[in-house]
Design a protein around this ligand. Structure first.
Ligand code: SAH
Ligand code: MG
Length: 216
């Protein structure tokens, strides 16, 4: 049986704003629990309002490690005003810009998981440029352009430890199924082609790969 969250964690997850369906969230949780056993931090690219972060944070808590979650909190292209995935509640009235950081903090507080999480606020390539520490799991759920998804892969996959997991969200092999482009699918293909990663499971558009070789 894969590890499953306790009912109160599941309730907090389901109440949180975000883009992670339950079945994929459960697969992410099982992967995170397994990877946390390596004793290394777990890292998420794409916090948004903290929905998936709850799952990584609870997996980290169980193993006594830290969940890192990275976002500039200004939203992806498709979440901007006028676009399909825009939520007006995420706009800061003072700046007129999206700011999901306050909602994220409330989400984590409500779930009782603040102390297990470190939020990295900034652009993914800028933080990756000075990162130099192994990770038990990297969850790629950030921007969906080739530029963003590609640099998330290039910046973070090299830090997945041997035996650690690379989890990619929004992988749509069939262009008819995709909502926001196929860049995550192309990243998934790159990871497999690199021979550094081997697929171990999937759920919906979520793919779980294990580092079984060197490189990225
Ligand atoms: N994991 C979330 C959904 C993430 S949505 C959930 O479970 O609901 C994608 C997020 O990636 C957005 O919040 C956006 O601000 C962030 N993002 C996109 N490109 C980014 C980049 N280059 N650096 C940092 N964050 C980025
Ligand atoms: Mg996603």
């Amino acid at each position: 049986m894969p590890a499953a969250p306790e009912p109160e964690i599941l309730a907090a997850f389901e109440a949180a704003k975000g883009f992670m369906p339950l079945d994929e969230g459960l697969a992410l949780y099982a992967a995170a629990v397994e990877a946390a056993g390596l004793g290394l931090p777990l890292l998420e690219v794409g916090t948004y309002c903290g929905r998936s972060t709850i799952l990584l944070a609870d997996a980290a808590r169980r193993a006594g490690v830290t969940a890192l979650t990275l976002d500039h909190h200004r939203g992806s292209e498709e979440q901007q005003p006028g676009w399909e995935y825009h939520d007006p509640e995420t706009v800061d009235p003072e700046t007129g810009l999206m700011d999901t950081l306050p909602t994220f903090r409330r989400t984590l507080h409500r779930a009782g998981l603040e102390e297990h999480v470190v939020a990295l606020v900034g652009r993914s390539p800028q933080i990756a440029a000075f990162w130099n520490s192994p990770l038990g799991l990297v969850f790629v759920d950030g921007g969906h352009t080739d530029e963003h998804a590609g640099s998330d892969y290039e910046g973070w996959a090299p830090h997945v430890a041997e035996g650690g997991l690379l989890v990619i969200h929004d992988v749509f092999p069939d262009p008819a199924d995709e909502f926001t482009g196929q860049a995550p699918y192309r990243v998934y293909l790159r990871a497999l082609e690199s021979r550094a990663f081997t697929e171990i499971s999937d759920a919906g558009s979520l793919r779980v790969l294990r580092r079984t070789g060197t490189g990225r």
